[in-house]
Write a protein that binds this ligand. Structure first.
Ligand SMILES: C[S@@+](CC[C@H](N)C(=O)[O-])C[C@H]1O[C@@H](n2cnc3c(N)ncnc32)[C@H](O)[C@@H]1O
Length: 327
């Protein structure tokens, strides 16, 4: 894995106080190409930064349904997007359920779907949500705080081998076993399962590298967040749901922030672009599967140096775009 899954967990010079700046917004809107009258889904509406630009580009009557697992994000988006009136519908939902939620809101065949994965600066900055290295509160990390198991319960309850498997699988952390054993040995101290406590423990336990560009606990925090929210499973379901809702010519655009997400997107696009799944030794296709996507533009696109300078959290972003092929 690249060491780029940093946005979202690392504190630092990019700070968390300025509100969320939408990433690669110009590139995302260009790839979606929303026009008046079009129907769009923003699968991760967050504070509404991308949605706002999509709605502006589809003035006067393009419509958008915005989903987010986080109720607080939906409230922020509602405020920001209020001027668009009934052109916007917002639903608190996991994008894995897009296939049911969007049609129930009247979006049965759409012109574009955007995923801007991960977490927002607003979530990171809120100490009660327990996402950050800097929080003294127990780590929570749930996008929807009413569902699932918070990170501090995993840290406090799982045996060392299961914790190590999480750090290895979702963080590709080379010292997974050592870190997991240290957590289990020290977890009777409630500080161990706080943001600051866990970050300090990891720092103590793993060897110091020569020059580090990222906090040593970055991989562990990323892994926990992915496990808590079952992020990779949701992404797979969300991509399939999005493709099923796209009309021919509709666009699917995904911005990801670490290589595990990006790999899923890349493989999904590759499989849907290929269509036929017959073994190569068969002289003719017997599966009958036809390509359902073709790629749009350079893959992947990266943020410009100017954007990375203005918004360092964009540095790990990769945007991939595809178009639904004719039926
Ligand atoms: C990077 S932020 C999106 C920011 C947004 N594009 C903006 O411009 O303000 C990602 C958002 O996706 C949400 N999210 C992550 N996984 C989700 C899922 N499986 N279903 C729904 N929302 C999800 C998070 O709660 C977060 O608000």
């Amino acid at each position: 894995m690249s060491l780029q899954g940093l946005r979202g967990t690392a504190p630092g010079r990019d700070g968390t106080e300025d509100g969320h700046l939408p990433v690669m917004v110009g590139e995302a809107v260009a790839a979606l190409s929303p026009v008046p009258g079009s129907l769009q889904i923003d699968a991760t509406v967050g504070g509404g930064g991308h949605a706002e630009r999509i709605l502006e580009a589809s003035t006067p009557d393009g419509r958008l349904v915005g989903l987010d697992a986080d109720r607080a994000a939906i409230a922020r988006a509602r405020q920001r997007l209020a001027r668009f009136g009934d052109r916007v519908v917002l639903r608190q939902a996991n994008f894995g359920e897009m296939g049911e939620v969007a049609p129930a809101a009247g979006f049965t065949e759409v012109d574009g779907v955007l995923f801007d994965l991960g977490l927002s600066s607003d979530q990171l900055a809120d100490p009660t949500r327990g996402f950050s290295f800097r929080s003294d509160a127990p780590l929570d990390m749930r996008f929807d705080p009413s569902l699932g198991t918070p990170a501090h319960e995993l840290l406090g309850g799982l045996p060392a081998d299961e914790l190590a498997a999480i750090f290895r699988r979702y963080g590709e952390e080379p010292f997974a076993g050592r870190i997991a054993r240290a957590i289990v040995a020290q977890r009777s101290d409630p500080r161990t399962v706080t943001g600051t406590g866990l970050a300090a423990l990891v720092e103590r336990v793993i060897p110091r590298g020569p020059r580090r560009r990222i906090h040593p606990a970055t991989r562990v925090f990323q892994a926990l967040r992915i496990a808590v929210n079952r992020e990779l499973e949701s992404l797979e379901r969300g991509l399939a749901g999005a493709l099923a809702l796209l009309r021919p010519g509709g666009r699917l655009v995904v911005i990801s922030y670490h290589s595990l997400e990006d790999r899923i997107v890349k493989r999904f696009f590759a499989a849907e672009r290929r269509g036929c799944t017959c073994p190569p030794e068969l002289p003719v296709c017997v599966c009958g599967r036809r390509p359902r996507l073709h790629l749009v533009g350079r893959q992947p696109q990266r943020p410009t140096p100017e954007e990375i300078h203005r918004n360092p959290r964009s540095r790990s972003a990769r945007l991939r775009a595809a178009e639904r092929s004719a039926a």
